[in-house]
Design a binder for this molecule. Structure first.
Ligand code: XIL
Length: 322
C-alpha cells in the first residue's frame, strides 16, 4: 500500500511565461498526475507567501483547488509546509513584531491551515529544513524566523497546535541532505528522540532526497530511515528527484541516466523495506516544469517522464522494483 506521489505544481518559478504554472492551466498535466500517481502534494501553494499573503488575510484558492483535485481523483494528500525559513511573505520577514505577536501569528496560521484540511490532508511537513549544512548541522537560528525569535522550543508548540487541530494527521520533520547516516540526520534523530520522550506529537521523518549525479550517494540510505522506524515513527521519501549535467537536449549522459535510475530504485527499495515508510513523492513531473533547471543551472533530466509525458526508462525500473 505504498503511495506514489507527485506535486501538483504551483507558484514559485512557474511565473515564467515559458513555463506557465501547469496545474491550473493544463488539463493534460492534471490528467497525467491523476493517472500516474496515487498521492499529491502542493509544490508551493501551501507555503506562507501563498496562504497568508497579507497579515491575517488567508488565501486558500489555489491550495483548495489541489485538494479538490486529489479528492475527486481518490488521491492522498501530503501537506507542505507549516513552518520554514523560506518563501515567507515580506510582511512577516520584514515586520517588527514582539515575541508574543509572532507566537500568536504562528499559532493562528498553523491552526487555521491544519483545521481547514483536517481529515483530507493526512500527512504534514510541520517543520521544514530546520538544520543547516555546516559540519555540526547546527539549528537554523538566524534564517528561520521562528527559531531565531522564539527559540527552538517553539517546535514543540508547532507540532502540538497541529496535532490539536487534526489528531489523526501524521506530523513530520522534512529536510534535504539527510540521505544517509550523516550529521544532519543525526540531529533529527536526537531531536525527535527527545521530543518523543517529552510526549510531543511528532510522527514522522521525511527525507526530501534531492540527489545529483554530480555528487556521491551514501549507501546508508536505508539504515538511516530504519533508525527512525525503530523509534516507532513514520518515514517518507518526500521530494525525490535525481538530476545531472545535461546536454543541449536536456538529457543526462547514458551513464548518468543509468546511475540515476539505480538511485531512484535504491531509494524506493529502501522505503519498501522499512515498515513505516509508505509515501514516496517525486518532486516534479516534466523536466521543463521541475524546479531543477531553474535552481541548478546546467542540470536537469531529474523526473520520470519525457516532455511528451512518455515514461523514461527510470519509470520502468521503478515499476519493477515495486
Ligand atoms: C521549491 C519549488 O519546487 C520551487 O518552485 C520554488 O521556487 C522553491 O521551492 N525543498 C522544499 C521545497 O521543501 O519546498 C522546495 O520547492 C524544494 C526544496
Amino acid at each position: 500500500d505504498l503511495r506514489i506521489g507527485n506535486i501538483a505544481a504551483g507558484g514559485g518559478h512557474h511565473s515564467d511565461a515559458d513555463y506557465p504554472d501547469p496545474f491550473p492551466s493544463d488539463p493534460e498535466y492534471r490528467d497525467h498526475v491523476a493517472q500516474e500517481y496515487s498521492s499529491v502534494t502542493h509544490e508551493n501553494y501551501l507555503k506562507w507567501e501563498f496562504v497568508q499573503p497579507e497579515q491575517g488575510v488567508y488565501d486558500f484558492e489555489q491550495a483548495d483547488a489541489v485538494v479538490a483535485f486529489a479528492e475527486v481523483n481518490g488521491m492522498d494528500l501530503r501537506g507542505h509546509a507549516l513552518s520554514w525559513h523560506s518563501q515567507n511573505p515580506d510582511w512577516l520577514e520584514e515586520g517588527d513584531f514582539s515575541e508574543a505577536e509572532l507566537r500568536e501569528i504562528l499559532e493562528d496560521h498553523v491552526r487555521t491551515v491544519v483545521s481547514r484540511y483536517a481529515g483530507c490532508i493526512d500527512q504534514w511537513d510541520v517543520a521544514n529544513e530546520i538544520f543547516q549544512d555546516d559540519e555540526a548541522a547546527s539549528i537554523r537560528d538566524s534564517e528561520n524566523i521562528w527559531i531565531r525569535e522564539l527559540g527552538p522550543e517553539i517546535l514543540d508548540d508547532i507540532f502540538t497546535w497541529a496535532h490539536e487541530e487534526d489528531p489523526d494527521a501524521l506530523l513530520f520533520y522534512n529536510d534535504y541532505n539527510v540521505d544517509g547516516l550523516n550529521a544532519k540526520a543525526d540531529r533529527y534523530y536526537d531531536l525527535i528522540s527527545e521530543q518523543l520522550e517529552r510526549g510531543v506529537p511528532v510522527h514522522g521523518f521525511g527525507a526530501q532526497t534531492h540527489l545529483s549525479m554530480q555528487y556521491g550517494f551514501d549507501d546508508s540510505y536505508q539504515e538511516n530511515l530504519q533508525r527512525f522506524d525503530d523509534l516507532g515513527i513514520h518515514t517518507a521519501v518526500t521530494e525525490i528527484d535525481v538530476r545531472g549535467e545535461v546536454d543541449e537536449n536536456d538529457m543526462m549522459s547514458p551513464e548518468d541516466r543509468a546511475g540515476a535510475a539505480e538511485r531512484y530504485a535504491t531509494v524506493l527499495q529502501a522505503c519498501l523495506d522499512v515498515s513505516l515508510c509508505n509515501s514516496f513523492t517525486i518532486w516534479g513531473t516534466l523536466d521543463a516544469q521541475s524546479w531543477v533547471p531553474n535552481t541548478f543551472p546546467g542540470e536537469g533530466d531529474a523526473t520520470l517522464h519525457e516532455g511528451d509525458y512518455e515514461r523514461k526508462p527510470t519509470y520502468c525500473i521503478l515499476q519493477r522494483t515495486l
